[in-house]
Design a protein around this ligand. Structure first.
Ligand code: KG4
Ligand code: ZN
Length: 343
């Protein structure tokens, strides 16, 4: 059967079609339209602008994926749409579009939690991966370690008490003169050197929670202190980027090691935009006695394939309600339509 996934929770408009045959899945078509360029001049996502762009992009992308998959709407069995967490107006764009499609078809409309999409897509790219596993979700808005006990059964082991790791990357990149979102650009510069003469403090060592706010201040002070030299010495900028990346990655790795100790689960999956970071991947591979599962870069960042896949694995009843905050712990309150049908 064919599943259409629709995602518009932040600044990426995405639609994918996957085919499910029993327990095997095949991606037939996927498109992502990023608004990053549009928001660059504001230094962050402007919610109203983003919502308007989603409304423009959705029908165009829909036509492209349907043509590529060579399907008609009547052939789609399930429409899976992100209902949260995310920006309210942005979420509503995809939800309205999905409701429109559902009106003109017999497809089952199901609600998907965006973070659950990030958690589960690791299994699509690594079919040998099965729960229980630990998933580190690191993006511009999220930094958490989740224990995936089973499909739909999640416990948050660790979360950030202030900023997200992606935000620390992007704010630091901004201070180094990179356009938003500068995380990947800072990472590329950091990877051009192998050492640095700078140091940054370790934040809250031996604590389970993440914290990047104090680190951000320390980074800002460090850049401020060397501002004059930065103008004259290009290698200094690369070394600063290296130190910043190392500090963020070390904190992520330390918490993962603590989570392994606490749960005794050694399978580690990574999700979210920051999980494309190569230094982070190297650090995770280096954790003793662990198995690491990485996902291709275009399924790490926001995409609709993860939404279609999560909607197929854990179909949740769609209600026309938007959930800008939708904690993973609340998911058990949502009726799983597959179980509902079975009763
Ligand atoms: O998951 P995502 O596409 O969107 C959400 O925030 O939900 O993640 C985007 C974040 C941005 O902060 C971006 O700078 C960061 O992921 N990012 C990276 C890399 N690629 C993307 N950060 C560090 N290194 C990278 N290679
Ligand atoms: Zn995301």
């Amino acid at each position: 059967m064919f599943i259409l996934g629709i995602e518009s929770s932040c600044d990426e408009t995405a639609i994918s079609i996957i085919e499910q045959q029993g327990l095997s899945f095949k991606v037939l078509s996927e498109r992502i339209s990023s608004q990053a360029k549009l928001h660059e001049k504001y230094g962050g996502v402007v919610p109203e602008v983003a919502a308007r762009e989603h409304i423009k992009a959705l029908p165009l992308i829909y036509d492209q994926v349907m043509r590529e998959a060579n399907l008609k709407l009547s052939q789609i069995a399930t429409i899976a749409v992100t209902c949260g967490p995310g920006l309210k107006g942005c979420l509503l764009s995809a939800m309205n579009f999905a409701e429109g499609l559902a009106c003109y078809s017999a497809a089952n409309l199901v609600a998907v939690n965006h973070i659950e999409g990030h958690l589960l897509v690791s299994m699509l790219d690594n079919p040998e991966l099965k729960p229980p596993y630990l998933s580190l979700i690191v993006s511009g808005g999220h930094t958490e370690i989740v224990q995936v006990k089973d499909l739909g059964d999640y416990t948050i082991i660790s979360r950030t008490i202030d900023d997200a790791a992606g935000e620390a990357f992007d704010k630091s990149a901004d201070l180094l003169g990179f356009a938003y979102p500068g995380g990947a650009k800072l990472a590329a510069l950091a990877d051009s050197v192998t050492s640095s003469r700078f140091t940054l403090p370790r934040i809250m060592p031996n604590r389970m929670e993440f914290s990047f706010s104090g680190l951000k201040t320390a980074i800002a002070l460090l850049i401020q202190k060397h501002r004059q030299q930065l103008l004259q010495d290009a290698s200094l900028k690369a070394e600063l980027a290296y130190t910043i990346q190392s500090a963020i990655v070390s904190q992520l790795r330390e918490r993962l090691e603590l989570a392994i100790k606490q749960t005794n689960i050694r399978k580690l999956a990574l999700g979210g935009g920051v999980s494309a970071n190569q230094a982070l991947r190297r650090a995770v591979l280096d954790i003793p006695k662990s198995e690491s599962y990485f996902t291709r870069a275009n399924w790490c960042t926001d995409n609709a394939t993860m939404i279609a896949y999560a909607g197929a694995l854990v179909p949740r009843k769609y209600t026309p309600l938007v959930y800008p905050r939708w904690p993973l712990e609340d998911l058990s309150n949502f009726v799983d339509t597959s179980r509902h049908d079975a009763n």
